[in-house]
Design a protein around this ligand. Sequence first.
Ligand SMILES: [Zn+2]
Length: 376
Amino acid sequence: MSALPSTEALVAGIQSWVLCESPSNSPEGIKQMAALVEAHARAAGLRTEVTSLGDATGPLLYITNRAADDTRPGVLVLGHLDTVHPIGTLQDNPCRIEGDRLYGPGTYDMKAGIYLALSAMATLAQPGSSQLPIDFLLVPDEETGSHASRASIERYAANAKYGLVCEPARPDGGSCVTARKGTGMLRLNVKGRPAHAGMQHEKGRSAIREMAHQVLALEAMTDYDRGVTVSVGTIAGGTVTNTVPAQCRCVVDFRVPDMGAAEDVLRRMRNLCAVGPDVELDIDVELNRPPMVRTDAAVALLERAQSFAREAGFDLAEAPMTGGGSDANFTSAMGVPTLDGLGADGNGAHTLNEYILISTLETRVKFWELLLRQLA
Ligand SMILES: [Zn+2]
């Protein structure tokens, strides 16, 4: 078994990945990123497989230490190759060290997280060196909803005993995630009737007026006590000021803590009715990520992880349920006990101030090594 890398080696490796910009909308950038990760895995003796998901997105990268004939349910590690930062962000947020911080687009979310997990897995390349076979799946489109990779995630999850996700550790001191809200989207189109706003106002049926009613009805579905939020995120309607508008559309984000709440919200959204006469609503609503629920099995996994963290030299706390979704939602919804937020310590996800804390890397990589080797 090879040794875990030093802090200096971890920093250098993470920097080399951050310098490869890989926004979700750049299949080419993600391909290059996948090639870097794959080269690292292969150099360690791990088996890899790159799969195209079409031209619109980057490829899927799979890394394993399974013996070819080993079909046991394993440990599924999930990461994403994409970032939210457009090509060129390195000019505004250069990859640099300031004190204990390593800055750069995608450092915290989640290139350092992947680097830690893969560095630990690299010491377990020999089949049988971990209690369970390890399957590491890296997707190209998590930041935009994992639409192209969801089916692959679920296929691997079907043969997983545990799910471990490399999303960043929470900025509150590095806690991990056992529960995430489900996330959904509603697209609403209102069709009214156009008319000259001066000469035939009474003949018009304003789609914007109708939409105003619907916006209030939608936002009224928010229930903070229950953990349900509904937010009309974008809206557009009308053509010119002197025509009663015949069209208006909006896109709505909603979050739910459990499937019961999800079904309630979906039903209420599908049953939205027009308030005014002679207008039509076209409703398209879906739950994109089901809720990640804190099950007993997830708590048992958390407790194992907490003991490994203590052995590695830190206390792993549990964060309260978060409103943000991740690929952990998919594995959890399939009944695979899943822990998330196991990536790097830092802060500033999705901003130009994104950074990781260098002094935490060595204990974190040790933690990953214990998890991957000893989970059984
Ligand atoms: Zn992420």
